[in-house]
Structure formats: structure tokens, C-alpha cells
Design a protein around this ligand. Sequence first.
Ligand code: MRU
Length: 345
Amino acid sequence: MKAIQLLGDALIILDQTKLPLEISSRTVRTYEEVASAIRQMEVRGAPLIGAAAAYGYVLGALAYQGELAEFDSYMQQIQETLVQTRPTAINLFWALRRMEDCLRENMRLEDIAAIQTRLMAEADKIAAEDVQANYAIGEHGNEVIPKNANILTYCNTGNLATVEYGTALGVIRKAFSSGKTIHIFACETRPFLQGARLTAWELMEDQIPVTLIADNMAGFLMQKNKIDLVIVGADRIAANGDVANKIGTYSLAVLAQAHNVPFYVAAPTATIDLKLTGGQEIPIEERSAKEILEVFGVPVASPEVPVYNPAFDVTPAKYISGIITEKGIVTAPYAVNLLKVMVRS
Ligand code: MRU
């Protein structure tokens, strides 16, 4: 099942807020609807947010009825709306910058229909490259997966967080399809429950053995030697190798180090932000108190209690055994090796 799909001038979105209780898609035709779907987490996961925003940009371009002279400023306002949907995942800004570059390069065509065609091709390219990157991440990552392994993962990094296959879940998919005997512990990932609702569901669909645990059980399992390896995704990676990922990732990394469990991050190079020297510069999204006060609309706490809900945390590079990208596995010293991988073709 695809999380997003462009059909003509419409984007079909699988509504991830309803999964796994309800599998329902909706059709969106405007860039505003795409922006809202990203903001409301109907579409989520760093690489998928990037691809969805690129298609949102295309839907905005396709709706244009004005003169060529105003097309550029009209597209700027669309970009502005899409860019403000979520602050942490760099893939959103990366994809929109690519769309903007594509627009600038093709303005010389002086024909709106021709420019729209180029923009559509660029968005398709962004989506196709994500799929390619994920399969390559799977191949590289499989090298660090033992023949028999209990693997702990966090949040959702699969078909639902990417255009297809997944990053950390791509590695897990590859290890499983290559015949390894693996078993996955999926953390439920409070407050939004991406692990319980999405990862456990995806793995079960693929018949990959999975056990769901509450987030606070990870340390106990590591202490009992029940985890051989941790693998997670990333929303932004700074030049020094610090990784922003779903809130709770940092705690897992510290636990993994305390128990000598390898801790891997899987992400495409599009997630690397060399402009940021360290993780302290990564903007951390704060989300609505409702995500903590309610589960599927059912209150689980007093509605008046003050809430703090940061959506991401930063794992310092020193806790990370390796960053698995489509160009290979990057290890310390990250400041040197991330730079090298970014220039490698
Ligand atoms: O808030 P979300 O669900 O968009 O969070 C992003 C994520 O899915 C995770 O942080 C993930 O590990 C990185 S995206 C493959």
C-alpha cells in the first residue's frame, strides 16, 4: 500500500492518523490540502514529507491561471505555505529547494504548460530517488545485521514514512527477505504511537516477526540481553553526526551504549544537513498537547494538566555505531566522513 500517489492532478493520501483501525485514503487537489495533511500528520515521516511537499508544489503550479510574469511570485507563496508545515525534517526543505531550482531553471521556457511538465517530472524524480535510496540503504544495512538477531526499532521508518520500502525498516525488510532469522521489537513510540499503529502493522503485513513493547521496556530487554542491535531512522543529521529523530531515540541510544548494543541510524543523504555544525542547531518541533492528553480522541489524562510535547530529540554522534545511507555506511569521525559521503556520486 502506497502512502501517497499522484493520479493526474490529484494526490491520493493514505490517512495515517486512522491506521491501523481504518485504512482510508483521501484525494487532495490543492497545495493547501497537502500542507494541511502534512501538518495534521496524515502524511508523515521525513522522506515522505519531502516527496508529498514536492507534489503539493506541483498541484499548486497546475492550478495556476494567471500570466507568466506573476507565476514566479505565485509559486513563492506556495513554497512559503508548504515550508511552514513542519520544522525538523530537513527533507521538506531539501525537496522544496529542488522544486524551486527546477522552476528557476525552466522559467526561460516562457510557457507555463511546459514549466508545469518540468515541475511534475522533478517531483516524480524526487519520489523515484527516494525509492532507489531506500533499497540501497537496505542492501548496505543488511551487512551489519547478524544471521540471527533480535532488533529493536523505534517510530515508523517503513512504507508509511517514505515513498516505498523504508529506511530502518528497509534494512529490516532486506535482512528478512535475504533469509536471516530476525525478530523485531517495535517500541510503541508515545505520544503519536507510530510504532504501535504503523510499524507493528507494516511488519505484520509483511509477516516479519514482531513484538510490540511500551517504550519504557527497552532498558529491561537490553539488560536481559534480548536485543542484538538497535536501528532507527532520522529526521535531520548535522555535519558532526548528531541525529534528530523521534522523541525517545536519545534515551534508546544511551541505553544501547550502556549495554554494548550497536546503535545504527538509517537515512538517505537527503536527510544530512551539512549547514548545521551540531545537533543543538536542529529546530525541534513542539506539537499539540492533545497528542499526550488523548489517544484516538479518548482522554487519558486530566484535560487541564499542563503538557510539554517536543516531537524530536537529538542523539549525539558518540552514541551512534554507524549511519547507513544509500551510498554506504558512514562511521566516526562523522565530521569528515559525512562530508565525504555527500560528495561521493
Ligand atoms: O513525526 P513523524 O512521524 O513525521 O516522525 C518522523 C519519523 O517518522 C521518525 O522520526 C523516523 O524515525 C524518521 S523518518 C523515516
